[in-house]
Design a protein around this ligand. Structure first.
Ligand SMILES: CC(C)(COP(=O)(O)OP(=O)(O)OC[C@H]1O[C@@H](n2cnc3c(N)ncnc32)[C@H](O)[C@@H]1OP(=O)(O)O)[C@@H](O)C(=O)NCCC(=O)NCCS
Length: 171
C-alpha cells in the first residue's frame, strides 16, 4: 500500500535515486525531471502551474513513485502526463495505476478532456506501453524513427469525457 502526497524539492535526492534505478531515463532526461521539481512552484498568480506532481510513499515514507503532469500549452482541456515512474522495488504492485488514477481523477474534476502521453516504440518500453494500454490509453500517432532510427515516438491518448470549465481550473 502507498500513500499519495505532494512532491517537493525535499524529495529531490529520493527522486534522483528512483529515476536512475528504473534505468528508463537518460542522464539528460533525469536532469530535466529534477529541474521540473526544482521549479514546481509555478508562476505565482497564474492559477494552475505548468507542471504538477503527485507522489506515492511507502509505509516507511520512502518515495515509491511519482507522476508529473500539466495542462498542454495552447490546448483546451488537454493535459500531458510528462513523467511517471515507480521504483523497480515497487513495480507491478499497482503503484503506477494508483498514481495515474489520481491524476485522471484530478483532471476530470477540473474538466479535463484529453490526456496525452508520449513514449518510445522500442521493445525496452513494452512494459510501459502495456501499462498504458491496460489503463485505456490508445496509440493516436506514431512518428517513425523520431528518436533515432528504429525508435518511434508514440503519442498515446485517453479521453476523460469531461468538458473544460474555467471555474474548475486549479482544483
Ligand atoms: C510504467 C510504470 C510507471 C508502471 O508502474 P507499475 O507500478 O509497475 O504499474 P502497475 O503495477 O500499476 O501495473 C498496472 C498494469 O500495467 C501493466 N504492466 C505494468 N508493468 C508491466 C510489466 N512489466 N509487464 C507487463 N505488464 C505490465 C499490467 O497490465 C499491470 O496490471 P497487472 O499487474 O494487474 O497485470 C513502471 O513500470 C515504471 O516506472 N517504468 C519505468 C519508467 C517508465 O517507463 N515510465 C513511463 C515513461 S514516462
Amino acid at each position: 500500500m502507498v500513500t499519495l502526497g505532494p512532491l517537493d524539492a525535499s524529495h529531490r535526492g529520493a527522486l534522483l535515486d528512483l529515476l536512475r534505478a528504473t534505468g528508463a531515463f537518460s542522464p539528460d532526461e533525469v536532469a530535466v525531471a529534477l529541474d521540473l521539481v526544482d521549479g514546481a512552484a509555478g508562476t505565482p498568480g497564474t492559477g494552475t502551474p505548468d507542471y504538477e506532481f503527485v507522489a506515492a510513499f511507502d509505509v516507511d515514507g520512502g518515495l515509491a513513485g511519482y507522476c508529473c503532469y500539466g495542462p498542454t500549452p495552447g490546448a483546451q482541456g488537454t493535459y500531458d502526463v510528462y513523467w511517471i515512474a515507480v521504483h523497480p522495488r515497487q513495480q507491478r504492485a499497482g503503484v503506477g495505476a494508483t498514481l495515474l488514477d489520481e491524476v485522471e481523477r484530478r483532471l476530470a474534476r477540473r474538466g479535463g478532456r484529453l490526456i496525452v502521453v508520449e513514449t518510445s516504440g522500442r521493445s525496452a518500453y513494452d512494459a510501459t506501453r502495456r501499462f498504458y494500454g491496460a489503463r485505456g490509453y490508445r496509440v493516436a500517432a506514431r512518428l517513425r524513427d523520431f528518436y533515432a532510427p528504429a525508435d518511434d515516438r508514440l503519442v498515446l491518448t485517453r479521453e476523460l469525457g469531461g468538458s473544460p470549465s474555467p471555474a474548475m481550473r486549479g482544483v
